[in-house]
Design a protein around this ligand. Structure first.
Ligand SMILES: [Zn+2]
Length: 247
C-alpha cells in the first residue's frame, strides 16, 4: 500500500492480518521519523532505529501481560508522555496494537489527546474489529484499510495442479484418465479437491494463449465439475467425467 502524503496525525489501520497491519504501522512510523529525503528512506538513522524497534520516540501500547484489555491507566500514561517533547526525532509515535483491546474508559481517555494533542504526536490504531471502537475515536482517525490476506500458495498443491493442467491441456485421453484415477485413489477430501481444481483452473487460464481450444474445453469441464453433482467426493467422485467432456 502506498503511504499517504502528507501524513495525518492519526490513522486507524484495519483489514489484512495482524502482521500486515503491524508492517504498515512500522512503515508509517518510519515515515514520520525519517531524516532522509524520501521518507521512509529505510537507510537513515531514524529508519534503522524504527525497524530495530529501538527508536526512543516510538511507544507501543498493548494489553499488559496476562490481560486482554488496554487499561485506562496505560492510556493516561500515554497522554502524559505525549506532552513531553520528542527525545531525538521530530515526532512522537504511539502505536496501539490492538487498539480494539482498549476498554471504553481507555478509549475515552484517548479521545482528548487524539483531538488536541501536541502537533508532533502521531497515533496509529491497529484494529481487527474496528466496530469495537467508539465512533468518536474512529472519526478522529484517517482510515487505512488493507486488502484481505490470501493464504500463501501451497507449493505441493501448485505442483500437483501444474501436472494435472499439463496433462489435460497437452496429454492424450489415456494419460489424462490415468492421472485422474490416481487422484481419485488418493481420496482427497472435498476441500482439498476444490482447492486443487481451483488451482488447475487458474493454471489453465494462464496457459490459454498457448492452448486456446483445449484450454477452453478444460475450463468448461472444470467449471461443470465444480457446479454440478459430478464433483461430489462424498458420493464417490467421478473425475473421469472430466476426461470424457474434454477429449
Ligand atoms: Zn529514513
Amino acid at each position: 500500500m502506498e503511504l499517504p502524503n502528507p501524513l495525518s496525525h492519526a490513522y486507524l489501520i484495519t483489514g489484512g492480518g495482524g502482521d500486515s497491519r503491524a508492517a504498515l504501522a512500522n512503515r508509517l512510523t518510519a515515515a514520520y521519523l525519517c531524516e532522509g529525503e524520501r521518507p521512509p528512506c529505510g537507510a537513515c538513522r531514524a529508519c534503522r532505529k524504527v525497524s530495530a524497534g529501538t527508536h526512543p520516540d516510538v511507544s507501543r501500547i498493548a494489553p499488559a501481560p496476562g490481560k486482554r484489555e488496554i487499561a485506562v491507566d496505560q492510556v493516561r500514561a500515554l497522554r502524559a508522555d505525549a506532552y513531553v517533547r520528542p527525545n531525538e526525532g521530530k515526532r512522537k509515535v504511539y502505536i496501539l496494537d490492538p487498539a480494539d483491546a482498549m476498554n471504553p474508559s481507555a478509549q475515552n481517555a484517548l479521545l482528548k489527546v487524539l483531538e488536541e494533542g501536541p502537533a508532533y504526536a502521531a497515533f496509529l490504531l491497529l484494529a481487527d474489529q474496528p466496530g469495537r471502537l467508539l465512533d468518536t475515536v474512529r472519526s478522529r482517525c484517517e482510515p487505512l484499510t488493507l486488502p484481505p490476506e490470501t493464504p500463501a500458495p501451497d507449493p505441493e498443491l501448485q505442483a500437483q495442479a501444474a501436472a494435472l493442467a499439463e496433462v489435460l491441456l497437452t496429454g492424450d485421453e489415456l494419460s489424462a484418465a490415468r492421472a485422474l484415477v490416481e487422484l481419485e485413489l488418493q481420496k482427497p477430501k472435498s476441500d482439498q479437491l476444490s482447492a486443487l481444481l481451483a488451482e488447475v483452473e487458474a493454471q489453465t487460464s494462464r496457459r490459454l494463449t498457448a492452448h486456446p481450444q483445449r484450454g477452453a474445453k478444460v475450463l468448461r469441464a472444470l467449471k461443470a465439475c465444480r457446479d454440478s453433482a459430478v464433483f461430489n467426493p462424498g458420493a464417490g467422485l467421478t473425475l473421469g467425467l472430466l476426461v470424457t467432456s474434454i477429449f
